[in-house]
Design a protein around this ligand. Structure first.
Ligand code: DAV
Length: 364
């Protein structure tokens, strides 16, 4: 199996979003459930009109037609990856329907293994199980344990961030998500370190992270200290009424090329301008407003997956972005993905880079 110079002995090695992708984990729709209702969903769901749907259907299977359509998309994504020479791995089937309790909370079920990007953070040869903020996702890492064990045996480092308690003290009581224009706020307290792996985006020695409804400052501090002197962890200032994850907001696509969400990025960190990076502003999404979206916003179009510095898999309906990517010097590979986005997230959410060929570098 091909291995990069810097990761000899370990199958796991990824330092940025654009080195040649060799192995990836792709999520699965098998067994996917509607997330069971929990108050922190009020903070993350952009569409208030959906609360009742989750209250009624949470913990049960998604409707068969939605699952079938999402499966077609993910199958096409896997097909493209394999055709482009990438090894694709999948999670282990897991029973998400079991209710569970800890001494601090109880919840009707788990959710799914749709989005490995949220659960595991790969930095260099290290896999970090994220301290996730949603109670219903507390055991989602179990669907990836077989893979983690295998990667560990191959030489990867494998750790879990401190398991959070997720009791009432972790969430602000009576939190009301801000309306557009009001100051940003998140539902999390600073009781314990919390982040999802998708709150983080890698750029060699520089790691970018933004506070969200699943990432607090305590979580950022934990990651900074855990990674140590080899890395510089930067907090990015974003504005989002329902923030969750950085990869539809702020995304270094290739050396010198930063894609930003014009509605959410308040200030591009000065280091990008100083180092001569181009700031690429994501065009308006083309997904019809009427397209059902249970989890994320239309800005999920930004959630592309780089196969190397040029080839980029992008959601097929997003002609504006596809043309912009071409103008910026990329080679877009369109993939039908709107129906996966309906119940999950984008191409980046649905995948997890395990190995990209290349070493740890500084781009600033
Ligand atoms: O903007 O809808 C996307 C989350 C991607 N991991 C949004 C959040």
């Amino acid at each position: 199996m091909a291995q990069s110079e810097t990761t000899v002995g370990s199958v796991v090695g990824a330092h940025n979003e654009w080195d040649l992708l060799e192995e990836v984990v792709v999520g699965t729709v098998e067994g996917a459930l509607v997330p069971p209702w929990d108050t922190m969903m009020e903070a993350t769901l952009h569409d208030k009109g959906l609360w009742d749907y989750f209250k009624e259907h949470g913990g049960t299977s998604w409707p068969r037609e939605l699952l079938a359509a999402a499966r077609n998309d993910i199958d096409e994504f896997v097909h493209i990856l394999e055709a482009e020479g990438v090894t694709v791995r999948r999670p282990t089937p897991y029973d998400f329907a079991k209710p569970f309790a800890t001494p601090d909370f109880e919840i009707a079920s788990s959710c799914y293994a749709l989005m490995p990007r949220d659960v595991l953070l790969v930095i260099g040869d290290q896999i970090i199980e994220a301290p996730m903020g949603w109670r219903s996702r507390y055991h989602e890492n179990h669907a990836y344990k077989d893979l983690c064990k295998e990667y560990f045996r191959s030489g990867a480092r494998w750790v879990s961030a401190p398991r959070p308690q997720l009791g009432d003290a972790s969430y602000k009581k009576d939190f009301v998500p801000p309306e557009e224009g009001e100051p940003m706020g998140t539902i999390l307290t600073e009781f314990e370190p919390l982040f999802d792996a998708a709150d983080v985006i890698k750029c060699g020695r520089d790691i970018f992270i933004a506070q969200s409804n699943c990432c607090n400052r305590f979580g950022i501090d934990w990651l900074r200290r855990h990674l140590g002197d080899e890395y510089r962890v930067h907090e990015v200032e974003v504005y989002d009424t329902h923030p969750m994850h950085i990869d539809a907001t702020f995304y270094p696509l290739a050396p010198g090329k930063l894609l930003i969400n014009p509605e959410r990025v308040k200030r591009v960190p000065a280091m990008f301008e100083q180092a001569g990076w181009d700031v690429l502003v994501c065009p308006e999404p083309l997904m019809p407003e009427t397209h059902p979206m249970f989890n994320c916003s239309r800005w999920i179009c930004m959630n592309v997956l780089m196969l190397d510095e040029r080839r980029v898999i992008v959601s097929k309906g997003e002609g504006n972005l596809i043309r912009a990517l071409q103008d910026w010097g990329f080679e877009p590979i369109p993939c039908n993905f709107y129906d996966f986005e309906t119940i999950g997230g984008g191409l980046h959410c649905a995948s997890l880079d395990i190995r990209r060929r290349g070493g740890l570098e500084s781009y600033f």
